[in-house]
Ligand binder design. Structure first.
Ligand SMILES: [Fe+2]
Length: 295
């Protein structure tokens, strides 16, 4: 039985915000067919104790079960550098196919070298069930979905446009906060400019869902939904009228002031394996690796 507040003509989106990593995870679903996708889930990780927990993922799972949804897709917008993905955990519990942009192989090659992973670590994207190229189409229930390759933050970022909603990963943030950094290995401020301009050319009425929020100078409540019009008019880094050179200069200067994300080392080595933890050693324990004086 459909609930009164659900609207079958529009993709339903429920967001779960993790204040520890400022990450917005989304469940997008078709209220008619009860088919859904989980976008950018979080596996909780305490860096001091190196303990993982599924508290955040379990709240997503509870929602999916309560709403009686069939999960067709676990979508990653990119290999995140600030949180571990819970996609394999949720896939095991709920099913669905795990997908990311096909340029993940570039990230696997770059970071495979940085972590000095051996042949055990495949760099062909085979940890994922689907590798999307720009323009690929799929569906979430009755809603058509399209993949946009939007590199710049990382080489492999994609945005998912599902029905009238765009899940844009780390490209734009809320208008009062600006844009994603472009200084990770393989990042590129110029590419980010063109990727964002492409997102801003989506229809004005597109609902825009973000991957992160860090509050704004005058904002006290976390937010994760904005619009193409608001971004085009008000984004502090890249509103209409800001040119490529101006943006690249701003982004490059700002990135020089940013510290590495607290969880970049655990996150990247796990997320480029599709969110799977490294294989256990002979004693049955799993270990993370820390390249010293490298990042
Ligand atoms: Fe990111």
């Amino acid at each position: 039985m459909r609930e009164a507040r659900e609207n079958p003509s529009r993709l339903e989106v429920q967001t779960f915000f993790d204040e520890a990593t400022f990450t917005a995870s989304h469940v997008a679903y078709d209220a008619e067919t009860r088919v859904g996708a989980i976008i950018d889930s979080v596996l909780d990780f305490d860096a001091a104790s190196a303990r993982t927990s599924t508290r955040s993922a379990d709240s997503i799972m509870a929602f999916v079960l309560e709403k009686n949804l069939k999960i067709d897709w676990l979508l990653e917008t990119h290999a995140h550098a600030d949180h571990l993905s819970a996609a394999p955990y949720l896939q095991e519990k709920l099913g669905g196919r795990l997908a990311i942009g096909r340029e993940i192989v570039v990230v696997q090659n770059v970071f495979g070298k940085i972590f000095n992973f051996g042949t055990e670590f495949a760099r062909d994207g085979s940890q994922f069930d689907a590798l999307f190229a720009d323009g690929d189409n799929f569906s979430v229930g009755g809603f058509p979905a399209t993949v946009l390759h939007v590199p710049g933050h990382t080489p492999a970022d994609v945005a998912y446009v599902i029905g009238d909603a765009a899940f844009i990963g780390d490209t734009l943030f809320m208008p009062d906060y600006g844009t994603a950094r472009a200084d990770f290995p393989g990042g590129d401020a110029r590419q980010l400019y063109h990727s964002i301009r492409r997102i801003l050319s989506l229809p004005d009425e597109t609902r825009v869902f973000l991957c992160h929020d860090y509050l704004g100078p005058d904002r006290r409540a976390f937010a994760w939904e904005t619009s193409i019009v608001d971004e085009r008019k008000q984004n502090v880094h890249l509103h209409d009228g800001v040119g490529e050179e101006e943006f690249v200069a701003m982004r490059t200067a700002r990135d020089k002031t940013l510290k590495a994300p607290a969880l970049i080392i655990p996150s990247v080595q796990v997320n480029m394996r599709g969110g799977r933890l490294p294989p256990p050693e002979a004693n049955g324990r799993r270990y993370l690796k820390y390249p010293l004086d490298t990042l």
